[in-house]
Design a protein around this ligand. Structure first.
Ligand SMILES: *Cc1c(COP(=O)(O)O)cnc(C)c1O
Length: 393
């Protein structure tokens, strides 16, 4: 099928809830993807970080092939061979506790919201979240999200959510009432423009939460699996959360989400209180174990630190040459480049024409999140393409 036919089918049969770019990707390998015309692109925003270790990573494929020969799905009323191993792996890299598996980030956060409500026992139910945050598109998670644009048309929204400015401890303190049960925040806001929490802010917040018995929940849906140079981004801040949510990169391209809860609250949700038909099935668990294999066996956390430094230093160099480049933000390979223009989406579009996929968020922030397997040659090539585009502005 050519692109016109493919687009035609979408026009006729697929709900138009997305702003879609005229590009159909048919093949992916590592940091590269190909479109219907055989044109190849360097993918520095692989599926909103889903293909975090690159497309079709051999370690993921190996785990999948092994599992494909056995069984794809097992109901959660039975045991499957891999879900427990994956949960153990996640706990090994985070904090003592337990894991619930879902299919997406929103669903993981929905679980965390339900957990917080149960923890509050009907007396406390207010959840504090951050302005410019993003937590998903279900009714509860879009209410938790600190951006009005995702809420338009969906009233009445569930009660009990409050938004405060990010990185303002006083605003957080002021928002707490006797009904507050939890705070949910991204250690580094993704959709919000790649805004990193201050270490002191996270530490102060954790301390306040401990004093007031408020659950400290981190949304690591975008920052997980090595994206920032640690397996989970909260580890940069010298704190440990009461719960965290994962998705995107966790499945190496397959849909899986997880809510990880600490010892203290591992019994809040008991049998019959929460469920997800597909959650943690053998096939997605196999893929996620493949992601851990890759990160461990290929020292990818080290690679993120090195390549993140290299990418940022090259961007700083470019900042000297291009007045349009403002602040360079982020951690590891989660990088935001502020552009001093009203609308930077045209830059992302022009990069696409040059064969480089990146994202633009909050109007003027270029979001660059290459696969964590990326090397210097890939980065040099990507920045050559970006420079070419910026020269024309
Ligand atoms: C993408 C994202 C979500 C939502 O995940 P879905 O899988 O799209 O439901 C939630 N939180 C953060 C921080 C995200 O980046």
């Amino acid at each position: 099928m050519d692109f016109g036919e493919i687009k035609g089918l979408y026009d006729d049969y697929v709900l138009s809830t997305y702003t879609r770019t005229d590009l159909c990707l048919v093949k992916g390998e590592g940091v590269w993807v190909w479109d219907t015309n055989g044109k190849k692109y360097l993918d520095f925003f692989p599926g909103w970080a889903v293909s975090g270790i690159g497309h079709r990573h051999p370690k993921v494929l190996a785990r999948l092939e092994e599992q494909l020969a056995k069984i794809l799905h097992v109901s959660n009323n039975f045991y499957n061979e891999l879900q427990g191993t994956l949960a153990e792996k996640i706990i090994e890299y985070s904090f003592p506790g337990k894991v619930f598996f879902s299919n997406s980030g929103a669903e993981a956060n929905e679980g965390a919201i339900k957990l917080a409500r149960c923890y509050g026992k009907g007396k406390r139910y207010e959840i504090i979240t951050m302005e410019k945050s993003f937590h998903g598109r279900t009714l509860a998670t879009l209410t938790a999200t600190g951006q009005d644009k995702v809420k338009v048309g969906f009233s009445p929204l569930p009660e009990g959510f409050k938004h405060v400015p990010f990185n303002h401890i006083d605003a957080f303190l002021a928002a707490i009432t006797e009904k507050t049960v939890a705070v949910i925040l991204e250690p580094i806001q993704g959709e919000g423009g790649v805004n990193t929490a201050d270490v002191k802010y996270m530490k102060d917040m954790k301390k306040i939460c401990e004093e007031k018995d408020i659950l400290f929940i981190v949304d690591e849906v975008q920052t997980c699996m090595g994206r920032t140079g640690k397996m989970f981004a909260y580890k940069h801040f010298g704190i440990s959360p009461d719960a965290m949510t994962l998705a995107k990169s966790l499945g190496g391209g397959l849909p899986i989400g997880a809510m990880v809860v600490s010892e203290k609250i591992k019994d809040v949700l008991g049998a019959g209180s929460h469920a997800s038909t597909f959650g943690g099935s053998p096939i997605v668990s196999a893929a996620a174990l493949g992601v851990f294999d890759a990160i461990e066996e290929e020292n990818l956390l080290e690679n993120v630190a090195k390549m993140g430094d290299y990418l940022v230093s090259r961007l700083r160099e470019m900042k000297g040459r291009f007045e349009i480049i403002g602040k360079i933000k982020g951690k590891g390979l989660m990088i935001g480049v502020e552009l001093n223009i009203g609308d930077a989406s045209i830059i992302a579009e022009d990069c696409m024409k040059e064969g480089l996929l990146i994202n633009c968020t909050q109007k003027n922030i270029l979001r660059i999140m290459p696969p964590i397997t990326v090397n210097k040659t890939d980065i040099d090539l990507a920045l050559e393409k970006l420079s070419k585009v910026l020269e024309k502005v």
